[in-house]
Design a protein around this ligand. Structure first.
Ligand code: ZN
Length: 250
């Protein structure tokens, strides 16, 4: 399928160079992005026949432009639960659906983890639109309780099992090394989990102590975000009976 991208003018620490909106074929857009007028105008100019708007998850840098785009074009909106309001979304997707587009098909794959409702879209050519489940550079933030590390790792395994060809992330560059990138993501989380287990074995009594051990030279402004990632790992280990729940109380 013919895939083009437009980057929204919303760069930042979590959005990298901005949200990447994908134009798939001549009629569909994936993650239209934030409701910024110049970005919406660029989507309309690039896709004069737009009739399908697909969304990966509810975050404000992915979904809101669907509202003005639908109002202007009458395009149908397909999105998982929790995304926008029922007056905007025509069809709720759950995973397993195969959608016909103008020059191919897109399968919906449920990928909870970054958020509970997150879905990815896989073309019949093996091109995978990963939203925030896999980024083109760096790692994905998991913020519990909506974000869930156990679900996230299972979702990465689900995507790997489909042996995608290319990854089209919502942030960062397009990747031709899809399976290798997923393997890197899995290895990174397994390594972090091992560090958390080592910190527990060494007697760290709370997440702040683990953060000081695991990220000794971290910019203090990032300390809170790092502790949330470690908490996400710890919740997974507690759920699996591999760490004491008391570590989460302190
Ligand atoms: Zn997100």
């Amino acid at each position: 399928m013919n895939i083009r991208s437009l980057t929204a003018p919303n760069p930042g620490p979590f959005t990298l160079d901005g949200t990447r909106t994908y134009l798939v074929g001549d009629r569909a857009v994936i993650d239209p992005g934030p409701a910024i007028e110049s970005h919406i105008d660029a989507i309309r100019a690039a896709l004069p026949q737009l009739d399908t708007i697909l969304i990966t998850h509810r975050h404000g840098d992915h979904a809101p432009a669907a509202i003005p785009l639908k109002a202007a074009t009458g395009a149908r909106v397909l999105a998982p639960r929790n995304v926008l309001d029922d007056s905007v979304v025509d069809t709720r997707v759950h995973g397993g659906e195969v959608l016909a587009l103008d020059d191919g098909t897109l399968e919906v794959i449920a990928t909870p983890g970054h958020t509970n409702e997150h879905v990815c879209y896989l073309t019949n050519d093996g091109d995978l639109f990963t939203g925030d489940t896999i980024l083109g550079s760096g790692t994905t933030a998991i913020f519990p309780p909506d974000g869930h590390m156990g679900d996230y790792l299972r979702s990465l395994e689900t995507l790997r099992a489909r042996t995608p060809r290319r990854i089209f992330p919502a942030h960062g560059p397009i990747r031709d090394d899809a399976v290798a990138l997923i393997d890197e993501y899995l290895a990174h989380r397994r390594e972090r989990e091992r560090q958390v287990l080592d910190a527990i074995a060494a007697g760290d009594a709370n997440v702040a102590a683990m953060r000081a051990r695991i990220y000794p030279e971290l910019d203090p402004r990032l300390a809170h975000a790092a502790e949330i990632q470690l908490t996400a790992h710890l919740i997974k280990l507690v759920e699996e009976g591999r760490a004491p729940a008391a570590l989460l109380d302190r």
